[in-house]
Design a protein around this ligand. Structure first.
Ligand code: SF4
Length: 701
């Protein structure tokens, strides 16, 4: 994969969960040419604006290149001794739950694996959570309730082969552009394909829509409960499938039957005729895929939304077959890999459950772990609240910027200010979060790192280095392993990312034999050359399952699920009480050309030119009522905080709603940090913050 002549390296994009393959070619002048990998099955050579601009974001000007202790440059020994000593003393004095890690879906699987092993196996606490909690935790919880495992059943090809695509809470055109390009190409070839977009905003994704349902925020459960009812009324239920492969249908239908089309219209604000058109399309289109993303997940009813969607697929038997299924699209490049290693507070490893004694025994034995955590740790919002309350006294933040991205972000900043010991490992010297670091550790960046990521269709893909490590930067897995050794723990003597991956693969096969979905035992035993040459491959890759990449990757084709009785579960979800927040509902999300807190995309002038400054998208009626004109400065505020941004007046927005992008930080727009305005309310099942429905006020500034 490294052609010494042309010096081209095949790697995977640093950004979203599509997981596009990239060909990177360092040039004689120090720049790097970036192109889509024509052989990668996620993108077949395509790239979006962000991916194609990666070469413009590789400069070292903003990097942290040496460890920093209390604001002064230090050596690795001093910095890591300080981290190991402080964590050890804190644990001795206050117990293992007095420390925590807060990590990132940007980390590679190998990084995540070592950090999770250290916290859950050796420190003995479940307090390791990540910004993936903000991304897809509700999908995880919904999958587990329905399937008994966190399984994404289908593949990207299913999206192309469907006759009906329902895109709900997902602005694919901007947030997963290459999937959107693949769908657009498929629709051009198969014009009978119908696309329904369910989104309160008329986003760029609606350009492909046959029907756009601009429903009221958080009314999705009512829409899909109404759909289940309509499927039953119209005779579209697959009774044989339901009887043979599922449990709980009657209870779910009993609840759904209380919701008639007129109730759906009242809750969603949609016209009866539009609702009926969608229901008819769904009822009579066998090959249907429902895609869901942050608009579903980032909600106080996020998990119920996921299950309301899955209920409709189970009821029609549209799962486990080509061109069908519910499909969660992941936001981050490695949110899936983080799930696979169990790198979140309520997981263990390899899709094993922390609450399951047999799973704990398997992992403890494999790791030779003296002190395996026995219960879940604190999820993101609770975790920072525990820091603020002083219960957590030492915190390590890796590869993420919670002072911008978390809800109630000023409170997060206050928590870090009060925390006795904050470690940050990152690639940048100055972010809103590194400002609070007692110890700042220079991490390797994309282009320097070596490891794997998993995309939204379960495809494991290599990130390969094509640049030398700058200064004294180190890979994250090596930093965590070094601290573990300095804390006196054995089992962290890894020499390479390949060794870490091998251990992860071997653990995934332990005590499995098909009892769990995640299993890559067939990838164990790769030597360095085999790991370097690993082709993109979808899991599972079970031991002896045949040549990687050739065995069947479709889950649930045989109607067997991962609950103990092999049956899927309907969940009897009810629409939430009307929680209308007056006078505005604040929705946050992405723009096309920026990524998260702009730490990388902010470095590209080309990307910043697409949308040059943050904005508040308002409906013309609201703007008129508040005497706000286009481009006025407006103040968006809640009981938690305030942001000031430019007004964007457009009928793409619903009256009563305001949309503000999530990206801008103090550095790029000093008063536009919208995370400070967002409320910290979370879904009760998943702990995912409801970042799309904060009650807010808007006024001209
Ligand atoms: Fe990268 Fe996602 Fe764009 Fe692909 S679609 S190039 S993975 S940002």
């Amino acid at each position: 994969h490294t052609d010494e002549t042309a010096r081209t390296v095949k790697t995977t994009c640093a950004y979203c969960g599509v997981g596009c393959g990239i060909v990177a070619t360092p040039q004689a002048d120090g720049s790097v040419a970036i192109a889509g990998d024509p052989d990668h099955p996620a993108n077949f050579g395509r790239l979006c604006s962000k991916g194609s601009a990666l070469g413009e974001t590789l400069g070292l000007e903003e990097r942290v290149l040496l460890p920093v202790v209390e604001g002064r440059q230090a050596g690795w020994d001093e910095a890591l001794d300080r981290v190991a000593r402080t964590f050890t003393r804190t644990i001795e004095a206050h117990g293992p739950d007095s420390v925590a890690f807060y990590l990132s879906g940007q980390l590679l699987t190998e990084d995540y694996y070592v950090a999770n092993k250290l916290m859950k196996g050796f420190i003995g606490s479940g307090n390791i959570d990540t910004n993936s909690r903000l991304c897809m935790a509700s999908s995880v919880a919904g999958h587990k309730r329905a399937f008994g495992a966190d399984t994404v059943p289908g593949t990207y090809a299913d999206l192309e082969n469907a006759d009906l695509l329902v895109l709900t809470g997902s602005n694919l055109a901007w947030c997963h552009p290459v999937i959107f390009q693949r769908i657009a190409a498929a629709k051009a070839v198969r014009p009978h394909m119908r696309i329904v977009v369910i989104d309160p905003r008329r986003t760029a994704t609606c350009e492909l829509a046959d029907i756009h349902l601009a429903l009221a925020p958080d009314s999705d459960v009512a829409l899909f409960c109404g759909l289940l009812h309509a499927l039953s009324e119209s005779g579209a239920i697959d009774d044989a499938y339901v009887a043979r492969h599922t449990e709980g249908f009657s209870a779910a239908l009993r609840v759904a039957r209380t919701i008639k089309v007129r109730d759906v219209a009242a809750r969603t604000g949609l016209a009866d005729a539009d609702i009926r058109s969608f229901y008819d399309l769904f009822a009579w289109t066998e090959k249907t895929v429902t895609v869901y993303s942050q608009g579903v997940n980032q909600s106080a009813s996020g998990t119920d939304k996921v299950n309301a969607i899955i209920n409709c697929h189970l009821a029609t038997g549209r799962i486990g077959k080509p061109g069908t299924g519910p499909f969660s699209v992941t936001g981050q490049p490695n949110a899936m890999g983080g799930r696979e290693v169990g790198g979140m507070a309520n997981m263990l490893a390899a899709h094993m459950a922390i609450e399951n004694p047999a799973h704990r025994e398997t992992v403890a034995t494999f790791w030779n772990a003296p002190n395996l955590a026995e219960r879940p740790g604190l999820k993101a919002v609770e975790l920072f609240e525990a820091v603020r309350a002083g219960t957590i006294k030492a915190l390590w933040i890796g590869g993420t910027n919670p002072v911008v991205s978390m809800p109630d972000a000023d409170r997060v900043a206050a928590a870090l200010r009060a925390c006795p010991f904050v470690v940050v490992s990152d690639v940048l010297r100055h972010t809103d979060t590194t400002a609070f670091a007692h110890v700042l550790l220079p991490a390797a960046a994309w282009g320097e790192k070596n490891g794997t990521v998993t995309n939204s269709e379960r495809r494991i893909s290599r990130q390969r280095p094509f640049l030398p490590l700058p200064g004294e930067a180190r890979p994250d897995w090596a930093i965590f392993a070094d601290v573990a050794r300095r804390m006196g723990f054995s089992g962290f003597g890894y020499k390479s990312a390949a060794e870490v991956f091998d251990e992860h693969a071997r653990l995934s096969a332990r005590g499995n034999e098909g009892a769990r979905d995640f299993d890559i035992g067939g990838l164990a035993g790769l030597d360095e050359a085999g790991y370097d040459g690993l082709e993109p491959v979808q899991w599972p890759v079970r031991e002896g399952a045949g040549t990687p990449g050739t065995d069947d990757k479709r889950f649930f084709a045989d109607g067997r699920f991962y609950h103990a009785d092999g049956r899927a579960r309907f969940v009897a979800v009810e629409p939430p009480q009307d929680g209308t927040c007056a006078p505005f509902i604040l929705n946050t999300g992405r723009v096309r050309d920026h990524w998260h807190t702009m730490t990388r995309t902010g470095l590209s002038a080309r990307l910043s030119a697409h949308i040059a400054e943050p904005f508040a998208e308002l409906h013309p009626e609201d703007a008129r009522r508040l005497a706000i004109s286009a481009a006025d400065l407006v103040e968006v505020s809640s009981p938690h905080g305030t942001a000031v941004v430019r007004a964007l007046v457009t009928d793409r927005q619903r009256p009563g709603s305001v949309f503000v992008p999530m990206h801008w930080t103090k550095r790029y727009a000093p008063s536009a940090r919208i995370g400070a305005v967002a409320h910290p309310i979370s879904d009760p099942h998943s702990g995912q913050p409801a970042l799309k429905s904060t009650g807010a006020t808007v006024r001209r500034f």
